[in-house]
Write a protein that binds this ligand. Structure first.
Ligand SMILES: NC(=O)c1ccc[n+]([C@@H]2O[C@H](COP(=O)([O-])OP(=O)(O)OC[C@H]3O[C@@H](n4cnc5c(N)ncnc54)[C@H](OP(=O)(O)O)[C@@H]3O)[C@@H](O)[C@H]2O)c1
Length: 338
């Protein structure tokens, strides 16, 4: 197998640091690797696999000779560098929302729709974090029993909004406990001891952009009809890491909670913890720092025919971003698609 030259764009950010760790964990073999950021972090030293690297400011020429770029530097940065990467024959695996809904850009969750990678024209998009964890759960279920309707409510950690948001939760909590004034910058309302029913901006239909990402990305990844009814409510909660989701699925045919447990118990990347009698169900603390998407509270939904409700928790920085990015990189190497 060929070994690529890899660049990590946004290497100093929350997701970029996680990508770096996971490249090591998954044993990705590369020829050369480089770490890129904005001018702000350029010159910083970074330890990786026993070697010290200097973080470089990303410039078009940074991508000369780079085969695979793993980017988590925001949508505007990706838009600037994507043409430069593609022009130089590299493949961009992008974590931002810049290209996710573009027709020619595969939106991929590894082990869910790997075959879509074959259609790439230089750019592959990594889905939004709240969509990502859901795909590994929905795919094996709808392969057995088609879905008629989906309702998702998310409870999203602050790490999904980057380093500044993590710091804001700490500082806001300290200020609240000390009864001091605090000015929120990352969130529209105080995040300490609060739940905020807004992630990203509001759109004309009353949903937020984050909520519509779940709706639209789910349809694209799972190749669902455009008119399949999906609704999402996304809330930010004062949790450092780990997104939780309450999921209600209506299937075409009857299905029991035991069948769902059995299917998900045998599915890649999913771990079922579901024994309410012993208070066994997944929480964000179980999911933070590990790979599986955890599922529990699997029960018959009382509002739908053939409905199932479940609770789904995962590390938003891993499966929601960095882990899937590196898994895509692994697939590109295995499938010789770079
Ligand atoms: N956090 C999540 O759970 C999550 C999940 C899915 C997708 N994402 C997406 O991933 C991206 C990064 O998120 P994050 O949470 O890691 O943010 P972050 O902690 O704020 O990190 C941003 C990174 O991008 C770099 N950067 C910013 N502007 C740049 C520029 N002009 N040129 C080159 N590098 C630049 C920063 O470098 P400096 O250190 O120099 O500032 C830093 O390394 C965003 O698009 C976000 O939507 C995040």
């Amino acid at each position: 197998m060929r070994k690529p030259n890899i660049a990590i764009l946004g290497a100093t950010g929350v997701v970029g640091r996680e990508i770096t760790k996971i490249i090591d964990e998954l044993g990705i073999e590369f020829n050369e690797i480089k770490f890129l950021s904005s001018a702000k972090s350029a010159g910083k030293k970074l330890e990786f696999q026993g070697k010290t690297y200097t973080v470089e400011e990303a410039k078009p020429e940074s991508f000369d000779g780079v085969n695979i770029v793993l980017a988590s530097a925001g949508a505007s940065t990706s838009k600037i560098f994507a043409p430069e990467i593609v022009k130089r024959g590299g493949v961009l695996v992008d974590n931002s929302s810049a290209f996710r809904m573009e027709k020619d850009v595969p939106l991929v969750i590894a082990y869910v729709n790997d075959e879509d990678l074959r259609k790439h024209k230089g750019i592959i998009a990594n889905p939004n974090c709240s969509t990502s964890q859901l795909m590994l759960v929905l795919k094996p279920l709808i392969d057995k029993n088609p879905m008629k309707r989906l309702i998702v409510s998310t409870y999203q950690a602050v790490s999904g909004a980057g380093l500044a948001a993590i710091n804001e939760l700490t500082d806001n909590t300290k200020a609240t406990l000390a009864n001091e004034e605090f000015e929120n910058k990352c969130f529209k309302k105080p995040i300490s001891f609060n739940v905020i029913p807004q992630i990203d901006v509001f759109l004309d239909n009353g949903y937020t952009k984050e909520e519509m990402k779940v709706v639209n990305e789910t349809k694209k990844i799972l190749h669902l009809p455009q008119d399949l009814p999906i609704s999402c409510t996304a809330a930010r909660v004062p949790v450092y890491n780990g997104h939780s989701e309450a999921v209600d699925i209506e299937f075409e045919n009857p299905i029991t909670p035991d069948e769902v447990r059995e299917i998900l118990g045998n599915s890649f990347g999913v771990k079922v913890i579901d024994n309410p009698d012993n208070f066994e169900y997944p929480t964000t603390r179980d999911a933070s720092g590990v790979d599986p998407v955890f599922v529990g509270r699997i029960r018959k939904n009382l509002a739908f025919n053939n409905g199932i409700s479940l609770w789904c928790v995962a590390d938003n920085l891993r499966i929601g971003a960095a882990l899937n990015t590196v898994r895509i990189c692994k697939k590109l190497i295995e499938m010789d698609l770079y």
